[in-house]
Ligand binder design. Sequence first.
Ligand SMILES: [Zn+2]
Length: 284
Amino acid sequence: MQHTIAKSVEFNGVGLHSGVAVKLVIEPADAGTGIVFVRSDISGFAPLAAIYSNVVDTRNCTCLGDKNGQIISTIEHLMAALSALKIDNALVKVNAPEMPILDGGALLFYNELKKAGLAEQSAPRRILKIVKKVEFHDDKGNHVTLEPSEQFHVHFTIDFPSPVVGHQEFDGAINEDIFFSQIAPCRTFCEKSQIDYLRSIGLIKGGSLDNAVVLDGDKILNPDGFRVKNECVNHKVLDAIGDMATCGFAIKGKLTAYHSGHFHNNQILQVLFANSSNYTIEEE
Ligand SMILES: [Zn+2]
């Protein structure tokens, strides 16, 4: 059956780019609602479904936008936690154009949602079953495919120039235990040179060594190092789980990704849904 959360959950943090304080409240929602976002700082804001067709920017994160040009960015880490916990319906209220970055991964979201508990609802879960392989390639050699599988499985590969990252792969079925122990703690990562540039154009004002892994050549600048083995590729898996959740269903299928990001994750869903012979929607 579908689930929502048993009670509301509140988070207070800062936006990664703006650095301003952000309040986020996640409330229970009726069966069939899906995950919907509302800007609580804008009166009369119409609830915006967290689905791939409402994604308006994928450059540094996954960003939803409405027809009035209002946005909610960096939804992917929360979406991943909701998906791992099988929370199908929730109303997400945020008082800024950007979600709080919190720990840089999804562990705080996971822990607080888990603590709130799930409420079972009187409608069956709906599952998106991939029946035909679909793929998306960009012109830089990065690619992503979705193909049939009896469970949601992710195989992600990165090759990063920094020797502290190098070649990393994650290949496995995604379930709640794996998500909690290997995926949710993983922070976003970047090169120090990128940070200097992003700061110079007024971004990542809320970024710190508490919510991001920062690489400087062959060194990691975070004093405590990585949180889990292969933290970098596992963060890409976290992003991919969150982005795939914007299909609006739980997924039975295998995602294979090489060096891809939010843009590719969104494109593969567009390719998938462009032809109804690629998938079926089933009740669990
Ligand atoms: Zn991310």
